[in-house]
Design a protein around this ligand. Structure first.
Ligand SMILES: Cc1cc2nc3c(=O)[nH]c(=O)nc-3n(C[C@H](O)[C@H](O)[C@H](O)COP(=O)(O)O)c2cc1C
Length: 386
């Protein structure tokens, strides 16, 4: 089947994914916190970034590839960490890691994924990224780093924007708890989603397997809290310094929005800064990630990663224009997987590449460097100089 004819854009994959997973699963993947204004703001602000199409540039060949932390990538894209990924689609962590590795792109495994570094490690070819929710206990911390490194994860990502559990009211309304316990209402939702239900029955109900080695206390606290919150701390500057000393490979800090935090992290010797508002899942009054990117690029020379609401090749060019080196995507890759199974993530990568090429052609960009500084906010400077 020609997937591009049937699913030319991420929106097609999202629509199909939504029809293939139970309602509570979709709400888990898709919900923000509060009124979800920050989730919407990410998208709304991306739409406000404009370029001036170029004419009379003659025939050009565009190349959307880049190098990031020493690795050559066909497109500047990677897979962001998603906790309980395996709830969205059975075996999601291994399938996504495999697809990313086959395409030569980075895959980030969450601390609260439903599979462990040991089971996902064989899929990442020694080039995996491991996302750390920072354990309070120093022995657990050391053990997690050792496990990640031994399993083939060479890049460590410290997530710094989850100091406490968020309320995520939509998720609460669906009745989803961690670990999941199926209510009658949820079972009724599963009954009309046979592919998800059969796959999940085969794979077993997902749990946070990496953390189970450290804590079997499944006492419920508030509804969106889980075993992760019992183990993790809210990191401070000393925590970053400790990690910098303890981890030999690249260290990335995720959840940065404020330029002064980016300056501090630059001085601490981290290798890249990951600009993110957690797609509005943690705090509902944050700036969009594209706004934060435009404020942070001038204050550091470090490689910048950005995520939150990026949906297509044009969005990736918007990020490049404001100085991002890599765009991470979480929900889109999960939607692709839920829509088409194992072939979904590769199809999404192909959509992104084709969309980048089409837009680079319109803009007269040969390389991603050509995009730098070429966009403006629709409320901003005169368009004439682009
Ligand atoms: C269901 C879900 C679970 C997530 N779990 C984690 C996590 O465990 N660790 C983390 O650092 N970020 C987590 N995130 C945030 C993503 O890594 C990423 O910042 C965000 O989803 C990017 O936006 P996008 O989904 O629009 O691409 C999660 C996001 C979603 C949607």
């Amino acid at each position: 089947m020609d997937l591009h004819a049937k699913y030319p854009a991420l929106s097609d994959l999202r629509a199909r994914a939504r029809r293939r997973v139970p309602r509570f699963v979709w709400d888990y993947l898709d919900s923000g916190t509060g009124t979800e204004a920050t989730t919407r703001r990410n998208r709304a602000m991306l739409d406000r970034v404009l370029f001036m199409p170029s004419i009379l540039h003659g025939e050009i060949t565009s190349d959307p590839s880049c190098t990031f932390l020493g690795q050559s990538l066909q497109v500047p894209v990677g897979i962001a960490p998603v906790g309980m990924s395996g709830l969205v689609w059975p075996d999601a962590e291994r399938l996504l890691a495999r697809a990313a590795t086959q395409a030569g792109l980075p895959y980030t495994l969450s601390t609260v994924a439903s599979q462990t570094p040991e089971t996902v490690g064989p899929e990442v070819g020694g080039k995996g990224w491991f996302q750390l929710y920072p354990p309070r206990d120093v022995e657990i911390r050391k053990d997690m780093l050792r496990r990640a490194r031994d399993a083939g994860f060479d890049t460590l990502v410290l997530t710094a924007d989850v100091p406490v559990a968020s309320r995520r009211e939509r998720q609460v309304r669906t009745g989803l708890r961690q670990p999941p316990v199926l209510t009658l209402r949820m079972l009724a939702q599963c009954a009309i989603r046979p592919a998800w239900s059969l796959g999940t029955a085969r794979a077993g109900m997902p749990t946070m397997r990496t953390l189970e080695a450290y804590n079997n206390d499944t006492t419920r606290r508030d509804p969106t809290a889980h075993v992760g919150y019992m183990l993790r701390t809210s990191p401070d500057p000393d925590y970053v310094r400790w990690l910098r000393d303890a981890w030999e490979g690249p260290l990335v800090v995720k959840g940065v929005l404020k330029p002064s935090d980016a300056e501090f992290l630059t001085i601490q010797g981290v290798d890249a800064i990951w600009i993110s508002n957690h797609s509005g899942r943690q705090f509902d009054g944050a700036p969009s990630s594209i706004e934060a990117l435009s404020a942070i690029r001038p204050v550091t020379d470090l490689p910048l990663i950005v995520d939150g609401g990026f949906e297509g090749g044009l969005d990736i060019l918007r990020a490049a224009a404001f100085g991002a080196d890599l765009v991470m995507m979480g929900r889109p890759f999960h939607a692709a997987l839920a829509a088409l199974g194992a072939s979904g993530p590769a199809h999404l990568i192909d959509i992104l590449r084709k969309d980048m090429l089409a837009n680079m052609g319109q803009l007269g960009f040969r390389t991603l460097q050509d995009a730098r500084g070429k966009a403006i906010w629709d409320r901003g400077t005169p368009l004439t100089d682009l």
